[in-house]
Design a protein around this ligand. Structure first.
Ligand SMILES: C[C@H](O)[C@H](O)[C@H]1CNC2=NC(N)=NC(=O)C2=N1
Length: 102
């Protein structure tokens, strides 16, 4: 099982993510971000691409979609908090979001 991030690691691993718009959730050890798209098809297309990686890594987001907005929360249920898997999935989400804006 993946270990919860230590205080030291979370400073280095989470820093770039917090700078790219991820925020720590207040009531639990998780992080969240809202992604805005041009329209529903762009939003759902991105979710589909993310879903393929999530399944491959057996690490799944908590998310909801309303029209062109996707709200995402990442945490590792098995570890009851943030792990490197959450950082990895967050980076993948940011990457796929970036390339679709081109
Ligand atoms: C049994 C299965 O491996 C686990 O439930 C996996 C699946 N996906 C998961 N996703 C997330 N975000 N956290 C988990 O702890 C987790 N565990």
């Amino acid at each position: 099982m993946t270990e919860k991030l230590s205080e030291e690691t979370r400073r280095t691993v989470l820093k770039p993510l917090l700078e790219s718009g991820w925020k720590l959730t207040e009531d639990r050890d998780a992080m969240h971000k809202t992604f805005e798209f041009e329209n529903f098809v762009e939003a759902f297309g991105w979710m589909t691409r993310v879903a393929i990686w999530a399944e491959k890594w057996d690490h799944h987001p908590e998310w909801d979609n309303v029209y062109k907005t996707v709200n995402v929360t990442l945490t590792t249920h098995d570890a009851d908090g943030l792990t490197t898997l959450d950082a990895k999935l967050a980076r993948k989400m940011d990457g796929l979001y970036g390339t679709e804006k081109d």
